[in-house]
Design a binder for this molecule. Structure first.
Ligand code: NAD
Length: 494
């Protein structure tokens, strides 16, 4: 197996450092996926210089033509969906059904971006003066630095990259060090689809080195970051100081609320998928289950029974429900939270440890874990765990459920199961989250709707939907005065 390379200056190149890091399968550490560049700041420097040249060419390419490239990207992704899903599962562990969905999100994002090439609306409005036109339109910004996490190795890079490119920016892409192979495969597809080579740069490496160098670089005016709230804070401080345009998508502590009148069968399927899909490593994972008194005991009983039956294993093996955690440090972190839960007096209803099955001994597996009697305000209830741990909180009514949902520092997604249409609409209105699902789990975003969170989950921008095109373009206004005379706005009007 050969070492993988960066893509800088229109060519696949070795890192300036000469150093590489290993990428291994989290379901079986004996399986080496590849060695990837542990790049340095000099590689970022070269990438930015090249991306500046790429930008000069790309910004003059008509937006519909840019969209055509992205349509071909979508076609290529669709034709390789199975192979992409397989390599993604191999390097980050979630089952194939989920990595297929991850690729599909990228395909949807590509086709959506392609059509946006023929819109990218500005406004033409009446001027307040005679014989004068007033209009707004969009301009590209420059080199976009994109920094992404491991949990959606295809969807999240495409959410950023495709609108950035469609708007005419060039890109320096720093994928998470846990999923470099997916990043490599995506850049190969972009090049094959006909993207001019200097418009995209791929620099592998550690966040504190490559990510930081990208954020620090004076010639990168635009940064889009998805990752933890802690890292996002560091990125935000630098971008604030340097007056950069910044989109942050960060942590979550999402809740599913189940009220007494809910369809309990539906709510049960929802929470199993929301809490234990992707081994709980989703920004939108259901980390809290808020149950109304009347159904609490019977719901917990059924949930624990089903959670115990979830099949842990290699995501590439048919029948696997839950894959491994992404690395040992994540598992150690989950174990730490199990201890915290115990010490806070919560009741461990199931899971709580590593599986005893010897066939799983080479991977970072952890049992689906449920704590009941969790107190609102406790650390278990407040802090993002990013693993297969669900905290159950008992409440008396919808008001209390809403207050518990809103009582955390994050605000990504929420879910409410009820048959009462009044309560459902109140939930959409009153829950402090970027997304509220009614009778559906906390996960399920679609590419053509805006995605993001409030409070410490985000900084006001959205990915996906039409809104993201605002982020990747600058609005400019043009006035054309054809009156042949000096017309003074606000003085000579009407
Ligand atoms: P992370 O913060 O550890 O890493 C994210 C990316 O930032 C990686 O590419 C990493 O290399 C890079 N990075 C690390 N230090 C950096 C620095 N100092 N400067 C610049 N870049 C740096 O996050 P992770 O463990 O990969 O992902 C998990 C986190 O991401 C969770 O908190 C999760 O909630 C969040 N997440 C949020 C969303 C969302 O849309 N809100 C989506 C997915 C994941």
């Amino acid at each position: 197996m050969s070492d993988f390379k960066n893509f800088i200056g229109g060519a696949w190149v070795a890192p300036s450092t000469g150093e590489y890091f290993e990428n291994r399968n989290p379901a079986d550490q004996r399986d080496l996926v590849g060695r990837f560049p542990a790049s340095g700041a000099a590689d970022v420097q070269r990438a930015v210089e090249s991306a500046k040249r790429g930008f000069e060419e790309w910004k003059r390419t008509p937006a519909p033509a840019r969209g055509d490239v992205l349509r071909r990207v979508g076609d290529l992704m669709a034709s390789r969906k199975e192979a992409l899903a397989d390599l993604m599962t191999r390097e980050m562990g979630k089952p194939l059904a989920e990595t297929r969905g991850d690729v599909q999100e990228g395909i949807d994002t590509a086709y959506y971006a392609a059509t946006e090439g023929r819109r990218l609306f500005g406004h033409t409005v009446p001027s307040e003066l005679r014989n004068k036109w007033a209009m707004s339109f969009r301009r590209p910004i420059g080199v976009a630095g994109l920094i992404t996490p491991f949990n959606f190795p295809m969807a999240i890079p495409t959410w950023k990259m495709f609108p950035a490119l469609l708007c005419g920016n060039s890109v320096v892409f720093k994928p998470a060090e846990d999923v470099p192979h997916a990043g490599h495969a995506l850049v190969e597809i972009l090049l094959e689809a006909g993207l001019p080579p200097e418009v995209i740069q791929l620099v592998h490496g550690m966040g504190e080195v490559v990510g930081k160098a990208l954020v620090d670089h004076a010639d990168v005016p635009l940064i889009s970051f998805t990752g933890s709230t802690e890292t996002g804070r560091l990125v935000g401080e630098t971008c604030g100081r340097m007056h950069k345009r910044l989109s942050l998508e960060m942590g979550g502590k999402n809740a599913q609320i189940v009220l007494d009148d809910a369809d309990l069968d539906l709510a049960l399927e929802g929470v199993l998928w929301g809490a234990f899909g992707t081994t709980g490593q989703r920004c939108t994972a259901t980390s809290r289950l808020i149950l109304q008194d009347g159904i609490h005991d019977q719901f917990v009983e059924r949930l624990v029974e089903r959670a115990r039956k979830l099949k842990l294993g290699d995501g590439r093996v048919a029948g696997t429900d839950v894959g491994p955690l992404v690395h040992e440090a994540s598992r150690a972190n989950v174990e730490r939270y199990v201890e915290i839960g115990r010490s806070e007096g919560a009741t461990l209803a199931c899971g709580g440890g590593r599986p005893s099955d010897a066939s799983l001994a080479n991977g970072f597996f952890f049992e689906p874990t449920i704590f009941t009697d969790v107190r609102a305000g406790s650390r278990l209830e407040q802090e993002e765990i990013f693993g297969p741990v669900l905290s159950v909180i008992r409440v008396r009514n919808a008001e209390e459920a809403f207050a518990v949902n809103n009582g955390v520092r994050y605000g990504l997604s929420s879910s409410v199961y009820t048959r009462d249409v009044t309560v459902a609409f109140r939930a959409m209105q009153d829950l402090d989250n970027g997304i509220t699902y009614v009778n559906a789990p906390t996960i399920g975003a679609e590419a053509h709707l805006p995605f993001g969170g409030v409070k410490e989950t985000g900084n006001g921008h959205r990915e996906g939907g039409w809104e993201v095109y605002e982020f990747y373009s600058e609005t400019k206004v043009g006035y054309v005065d054809y009156s042949g005379a000096l017309q003074r706005a606000q003085i000579d009007n009407y």
